[in-house]
Unconditional design. Structure first.
Length: 495
């Protein structure tokens, strides 16, 4: 009996390997799920490009830093990344989406480190899993536009600011990195509101004000000068073209219908599954996630004296003021929403632990219902994303696989030497031809090029093209149920 008691006293719940390594297992799970989801979103679901992605690719390829007069500078950091990707891999679906996929990966890493410093490990793991499995995040992650920058800048500015405030690691390095992030973020619309919120929180919160006063004055002046130097081109461009400044602030050209905008804003959270003006599925969060979000808002409101509450509520108020005029910018609320969700999870864990402060078995037992709740929300989000973007007719018609069809067709038909498209498609495919290794010619014409042996005609161009003297050799189709005849291969019989 004594030996049995000794054995039982040696073996505790905290002694088991799975218990001791539970957080590392959790972070490993986050990494595995993230990589799998990014591969899925980048290659398979929803598969194809939107018109916004094609416009982004055209704008990125056309960026010329030497031509300052015609450079808008809005979203310049992203455009330079996308330009480098296209120059390196040619114009393809993956090269257009690759910058967003990489930035989504870095954003998730930032989420993990940020939540680890603001909350306990269990909250950081579950909140990150909830974030990366929402349809909104997965859509933004694979969307080859600058939308991912709303998430990337917010995460990393908050994380590095936290490192500076808490004086963790090489503080001088963190200050330099923060200066670079702040300067580059100003090239992205609406990023300034996070910086304004940080400034307001620093001015009015005692602890942040104390930390700011203790910063090295010489380092602070160096940071200010470097910041001004980095944003000077943008400032001068805004001075020359004030409409660029309005775009960066999210101010519309004309006053919208406020009631309609508020209705649209609310609709994005409580709507039945549908497509938004920004191209992603609604609602932005599932019902359970919204419940955690509301719980987190209530939890943070009860601790309004904290620096986090100063920052988050100021930030949300500024963003809501902008979203009233432009609800399409809903993605900018993703990171504050994530933090509120984390506060909701933190409240649930704390409440359960207060019920059983010294009983490890009861603590573990309480994780099962919470785990089932979170797993249900994760699986629900993934199912909505998969079916919504893969099978929903409203979203399927937003994406086109034409670029992949053209690329595959050219590889399989080396005799094809020209591509005829409509005027609206010309700029995009001209960019494709410029980056293609086989040097195919692209034309926007109303008659057949008599010099071509065989050529491809897009569906849009075929309706306006005189095809006398040519025979259809092959019809290239997509998997959609309507307008699936995307391209035609013609053989020129007039030669």
């Amino acid at each position: 009996m004594v030996q049995s008691n000794k054995f039982m006293s040696r073996k505790k719940v905290t002694d088991y390997f799975l218990y001791r390594k539970r957080f590392w297992i959790g972070y490993g799970l986050v990494l595995v799920v993230l990589v799998w989801l990014l591969i899925l979103a980048g290659l398979y679901v929803p598969a194809g490009l939107t018109q916004q992605e094609m416009n982004s690719a055209i704008a990125s390829v056309g960026v010329n830093l030497a031509d300052y007069k015609n450079l808008s500078l809005v979203n310049l950091p992203y455009q330079l990344l996308q330009q480098a990707s296209i120059n390196l891999f040619g114009l393809s679906e993956i090269s257009i989406k690759l910058p967003s996929l990489l930035l989504a990966l870095l954003s998730t890493v930032g989420m993990v480190f940020l939540l680890r410093r603001w909350f306990h490990h269990n909250v950081a793991v579950l909140a990150t899993l909830l974030a990366i499995t929402t349809g909104q995040f997965l859509f933004i992650a694979q969307n080859g536009t600058a939308s991912i920058m709303y998430i990337f800048w917010a995460v990393w500015i908050l994380l590095v600011s936290t490192m500076v405030v808490r004086r963790r690691g090489p503080t001088l390095l963190w200050k330099i990195v923060l200066c670079l992030l702040v300067a580059m973020s100003l090239y992205t619309p609406l990023s300034i509101y996070l910086l304004v919120s940080l400034a307001i929180a620093t001015i009015f919160h005692p602890h942040l004000r104390y930390v700011f006063k203790r910063l090295s004055k010489s380092q602070l002046w160096i940071a200010v000068v470097a910041l001004l130097a980095l944003v000077a081109p943008l400032g001068w461009r805004v001075y020359q073209s004030p409409e660029i400044g309005l775009r960066l602030l999210g101010i519309p050209d004309k006053m919208p219908d406020i009631v309609a905008s508020l209705s649209q804003l609310a609709h994005q959270y409580v709507a039945s599954p549908s497509i938004s003006d920004a191209g992603f599925m609604l609602p932005v969060f599932g019902l359970g996630t919204i419940g955690l979000l509301v719980l987190g808002i209530i939890r943070l409101a009860t601790s309004h004296y904290s620096a986090k509450s100063y920052l988050l509520f100021t930030w949300v108020i500024l963003l809501v003021a902008v979203l009233v005029f432009k609800p399409v910018y809903i993605t900018v609320t993703f990171i504050p929403s994530l933090i509120f969700i984390a506060f909701g999870l933190d409240f649930l864990f704390r409440y359960w632990y207060r019920l059983f402060p010294k009983n490890p078995y009861a603590r573990i037992a309480g994780l099962f219902p919470l785990g089932i709740l979170v797993c249900g929300m994760i699986l629900s989000g993934l199912e909505i994303y998969n079916y919504g973007y893969h099978y929903n007719p409203a979203t399927a018609k937003v994406f086109t696989t034409d670029l992949s069809l053209v690329s595959n067709t050219l590889r399989q038909n080396p005799s094809v030497d020209s591509l005829v498209v409509s005027r609206s498609e010309y700029d995009f495919y001209k960019t494709f031809a410029a980056k293609a290794p086989d040097g195919i010619s692209v034309k926007s014409s109303v008659s057949i090029d008599t010099q071509s042996n065989s050529f491809i005609i897009s569906r849009a161009a075929k309706e306006k093209l005189n095809l006398n003297g040519a025979d259809i050799k092959e019809i290239i189709t997509s998997t959609t149920s309507q307008q699936a005849d995307r391209f035609y291969i013609y053989k020129n019989t007039s030669k």
